[in-house]
Ligand binder design. Sequence first.
Ligand code: CA
Length: 226
Amino acid sequence: MRVLLVEDDERIVNFVQRGLKADGYIVEVARNGLEAIALGTEGKFQVIILDLGLPDLNGQQVCEHLRSNGVHTPILMLTARDTVQDKVTGLRSGADDYMTKPFAFEELLARIEVLMRRRGGETKPETKELQIADLILNGETHEVRRGETLIDLTPKEFALLECLMRMPGKVLSRTRILEQVWGYSTDPLTNVVDVYIRQLRKKIDDNYDLKLLKTVRGYGYKLDAS
Ligand code: CA
């Protein structure tokens, strides 16, 4: 069993790593958010233990990022805070469970086991293919097609398209898209969403009569076939 431990506090890393190894787990450690996203996206872990307070991104952003990249690994969030609001925020960002520091190792172990059992009990994997009109996105092969034509997208363009396709017909604000696809709550580059929308539109709509990607002035963007 492989566990990804995302934590910047060396004492907690040592304590958790030692305990898990003794219990037969293979542990890999990420010490910041970007490293966590890179490792977590590989999809080789059975559980991700994710600290909320990291030096670059916070755990919530990492979690949202992984989920919007189609990573369904169970995530156990660790935090020093224990307000209800923090728990709600953590769970809403896509974490499966929540634990407050300091914690007993036995409890961590028990929670990991519950998460893995829950995962193992899932019989049917969720549908990996999204479709709107003749536009098809396959989350497993990472292929996008319009009709028979294969469309070549960068990973970010793919994530953006997936984000829009998961909510067909719904208008998504720039802020919402930014959070889901980039994991930021404010735009560091001021128009990154618009730039990527333009690139995506060129690839999925420009050569076709039926336009799917719509701009809703003053609100954001949506994808539908109407
Ligand atoms: Ca920390």
